[in-house]
Ligand binder design. Structure first.
Ligand code: ADP
Ligand code: MG
Length: 232
């Protein structure tokens, strides 16, 4: 056991023309291996900026992200790409499926990219069955509902059994029933595979699926009492 994700004094400011937009103003926390942590905070509080840094998708101005013992900024591009493919499952609010591929191939491509091939057909069947996708595998994203698309995206994120799942508002565009399916699957995957999960959400109900909640406001971590939008 021990910290699987460590954020150390992360700072990030965007520059839009001559204007500086501070997004993260010194964020530090750690997530233990196997923990399911949720991050809540109002729109614009820096949650997505944090998500991109944790996943090695962008760089911080200063501070560090240590993932499974590696300082991700110190890795080469190739090593960072490898880490993303093998260790992290990403889930986005807008699904990000490939439009020309059917559901089966959208999931399968994640296995191919990781080099795992379609090596574990039983796990593929199990995940797609648990997500209620068995009869949807030959449909393209445009032929699927939003909830179905997100369930495909979740299957894609989980298919390689990544050590960590990072999700940015995965239920943001979903109805209650689909939200519950996605949240239960994240929870189940966390419990059965010991995956570390960090999920960003707007929704207090969704946040309760985690073991612990981190509150953000104006690019910083705050106590829940300082988060006026929070309704426990
Ligand atoms: N690419 C960008 N360019 C300029 N400003 C950005 C960019 N991305 C985010 N921001 C700004 O940074 C702040 C934090 O945004 P974000 O991390 O998306 O917050 P959240 O996900 O909590 O809504 C906001 O003020 C937002 O407008
Ligand atoms: Mg966001």
């Amino acid at each position: 056991m021990g910290a699987f994700i460590e954020a150390i004094d992360l700072r990030k400011t965007y520059h839009v023309g001559k204007i500086d937009v501070p997004a993260l103003r010194g964020i530090s926390f750690s997530v233990q291996k196997g923990e399911f942590v949720t991050v809540v905070g109002p729109s614009g509080s820096g949650k997505s900026s944090l998500f991109y840094l944790l996943g090695g998708l962008t760089r911080a101005d200063s501070g560090k992200v240590i993932l499974d013992g590696d300082d991700i900024a110190a890795l080469t591009d190739a090593e960072r790409t490898r880490m993303r493919k093998h260790k992290i499952g990403f889930v986005f609010q807008k699904f990000n499926l490939l439009p020309t591929l059917d559901a089966r191939s959208n999931i399968g491509i994640a296995q191919e990219i990781s080099g795992n091939g379609r090596s574990d057909p039983a796990f593929f069947l199990r995940i797609t069955d648990l997500l209620g996708l068995s009869k949807r595998l030959h449909h393209r994203p445009s032929e699927l509902s939003g909830g179905e698309q997100q369930r495909v995206a979740l299957a894609r994120a989980l298919i390689n059994k990544p050590a960590v799942v990072l999700a940015d508002e995965p239920t943001g565009n979903l109805d209650t029933e689909n939200s519950n399916t996605v949240l239960k699957m994240l929870r189940q995957s966390n419990q059965e595979l010991g995956q570390t999960v960090l999920m960003i959400t707007h929704n207090p109900e969704a946040a309760k699926y985690g073991d612990r909640i981190i509150h953000m406001r104006d690019g910083q971590i705050v106590n829940p009492e300082e988060d006026p939008q929070w309704v426990p």
